[in-house]
Design a protein around this ligand. Sequence first.
Ligand code: NAD
Length: 508
Amino acid sequence: MKTTNIKPKPTVFTIFGGTGDLAARKLIPALYNLYLDGYMPAKFTIVGLGRTDYDNQKFREILLDGINKFSRSGKADAAKWKVFSSCIQYLQSDAKKDKTYQDLEAIIKEKDQEWGEESNIIHYLSVAPQFFPIISKGVATINIENKEQRNRIVIEKPFGHDLDSAKELNKLLQSLFDETQIYRIDHYLGKETVQNMMAFRFANALFEPIWNRNYIEHVQISVTEDIGVEDRGGYYDGSGALKDMVQNHILQVLCLVAMEPPVSFNADEVRNRRVDVLRAIRKFGHEEVKHNTVRGQYASGWVAGEEVLGYREEKGVDPNSNTETFAALKFFIDNWRWQNVPFYVRTGKRMHQKASVISIQFKDVPHPIFPIEASESWQQNRLIISIQPEMSIRLQVQAKRPGLDMILNPVDMVFNYDGTYPAESPEAYETLLLDVMEGDQTLFMRADQIEAAWELLMPVVENWESRKSINFPNYAADSWGPEIAEALIAKDGFHWFTMPVKNKKDKK
Ligand code: NAD
């Protein structure tokens, strides 16, 4: 989150996994767009590392292809790409070999000399998690002056596969680097609408006085995908919806909704308040797992006229898999602000709609003065924050329908990003990569946050892993998940909020 106009220092940006999907799809397009918008440092070099035998030219061609396909700014401008790509080099390397780190050391020293000043060095670990330890140890051996001030390390998700492995990775990283050098990425926190949660809550006098149990009835966070596991079956089968989505993205969004106001916009002040929420969430005992959690797995079916595979038939997935592709949970936050306000979260694959939405439903008016005929389509006030694909914030209020009769119906006061801001919003990775270059950790996960999130979910993880589900698969493709997920919320008198789908063809 850029708050100053100071350009970052000269930067050596290394990408371990430079030939991978994330680099081509997100990281390089993000760096290129930062360059187009004038945010890259005046002097920088991007070093892509991978095992494939490419030269600089071939590597740049592959990255250009990625930009042309995935960049929000469309096809690359030839002249601008020429200058940008001259700052990219390829290092064929094996993360397990010492030579990789010796080669990097030589590049960094060469750049220091060429630029006549010490650069910041960012090591981005865009590789499978089993490589996090070996690469972290490797980059820590790079022998340069003032490395504590210069080195930053960025760790992709998943950060651990349970509490013990997350603790172990934290312990290792903290033995090699200071916490101020470690950037654990959760790209949801870089999304515009998610960042706007803080602006909405803490830059307006309107919301904060009613942002509590006295006025809010319940909160929902729903992150649904219409696609299946695609070619990630092998990875996903060892993970599942709870670890892939709830432990990180959804809990972080929940923290932003529920956090107390920080005393300032300082990174640690904000992160302290987020971790307070995780610590206040009611623990899951046996009864809570039984009554407040639901898991699901998608069956085969039809989506937009095309037949699709069930999860257990997907490539790389165990045909008897017990892995959940859907999870719904009810949380309570045991503090003064939120006592007894339920927070419902759900996430799933192959669902009817792709949407990430937060719905905050306010309590009903204390006394209805209108006759029943006037309020047939009554809807309690709701604040709907749509993160994707639509980026909007809507406040649903009751209004009188124009006409001679006194008929009330809900209307939306809409703040739509597309209509309000002519410029396209930056992608989450642009925000986050710039933050790393500027040394701002506000939107990154601290060690204690990661561990608190794992600690909270471990009873659910252990319960689900140890008890094979007898009714998987239990929801059809293109549905809203298993029926019991409806029951989870319906038994409290609510229903899941869904964004109106404008056109089914727009879904992809
Ligand atoms: P990928 O499989 O496409 O790429 C992996 C990269 O690791 C390749 O560049 C490969 O050359 C490199 N690699 C493998 N073994 C190596 C070795 N011994 N030495 C050096 N390099 C080696 O993976 P990806 O999809 O790019 O994902 C990378 C990381 O980002 C993973 O942790 C993943 O969970 C995370 N992630 C990816 C996405 C995404 O959209 N792809 C989204 C969120 C998080």
